[in-house]
Design a protein around this ligand. Structure first.
Ligand code: 5GP
Ligand code: 5GP
Length: 208
């Protein structure tokens, strides 16, 4: 029997620090459900190839359907909050992530499985707790990029990718953490290719 092989090599599981999304010239808007908790939030689960390329928008016949994830919505509001303007419930962010990225792993994870898998990974990897245990706290100034990377590597066993953005004064700040996951979505792996994102050598970890 021939099975369709999945057309990607691994996932990036990407979490964002809300303080850094909001502390920019562009600012942010809280979701209609209220200010998110002081925690990393899910950005997405992104199919990727070993050469660094990635597929996107793979199946326009399988649009986001909230009915398929109705049992997960309260967890998504908690762990996958939107911060883009204008304020909304989050469904436009979730729809964007499913349609751009999730449809490219639909041979492995259906819509419910895609969101459930990301929520499971979030529950498994408590980045704020990991950083705090290493003395890396929000609203406490600047940290070396290597101290952040090492704290996460020592806790999860694999080297993360780190992306920064820039605040209104031009400071580099910790924005997103990329962790690699196998094609099943359930096992962390060493990244076949680290995302090509940049940070200053010291980065701010702003409050939220
Ligand atoms: P940016 O250009 O802001 O880094 O990324 C814009 C969007 O492109 C991201 O939100 C994500 O959807 C996609 N993207 C950027 N870099 C990667 C990557 O390395 N892998 C995958 N799968 N998607 C990416
Ligand atoms: P990407 O294409 O980079 O995966 O996703 C970014 C898209 O999702 C953008 O269109 C952005 O406006 C939207 N979006 C909605 N809420 C958020 C959020 O909280 N964080 C980020 N990074 N993008 C968001």
């Amino acid at each position: 029997v021939l099975c369709a092989a999945q057309d990607f090599d691994f996932f990036y599981f990407v979490q964002q620090w809300p303080g850094s999304y909001c502390d920019t010239k562009q600012s942010c808007c809280y979701p209609t459900t209220g200010k998110p908790s002081t925690d990393f939030g899910i950005h997405g689960l992104w199919p990727n190839n070993n050469d660094g390329s990635y597929p996107s928008n793979c199946d326009s016949n399988n649009p986001y359907n909230q009915k398929k994830v109705s049992d997960l919505i309260s967890q998504m509001q908690q762990s996958w909050p939107t911060l883009a303007c204008p304020s909304n419930s989050g469904s436009s962010f979730w729809a964007h992530e499913w349609e751009k990225h999730g449809t490219c792993s639909e041979s492995v994870l259906d819509q419910h499985g895609y969101f459930k898998t990301a929520l499971n990974l979030k529950a498994q990897i408590d980045l704020l707790q990991i950083l705090r245990s290493s003395g890396i706290n929000p609203d406490d100034g600047f940290y070396s990029l290597s101290s952040i990377r090492n704290a996460i590597k020592n806790a999860i066993g694999y080297t993360p990718g780190i992306e920064c953005n820039v605040d209104a004064s031009g400071n580099s700040q910790l924005y997103q953490i990329y962790i690699c996951v196998d094609t099943s979505g359930s096992n962390l792996i060493e990244c076949p290719v680290l995302p090509n994102k940049k940070c200053g050598s010291t980065v701010e970890f702003p409050s939220f």
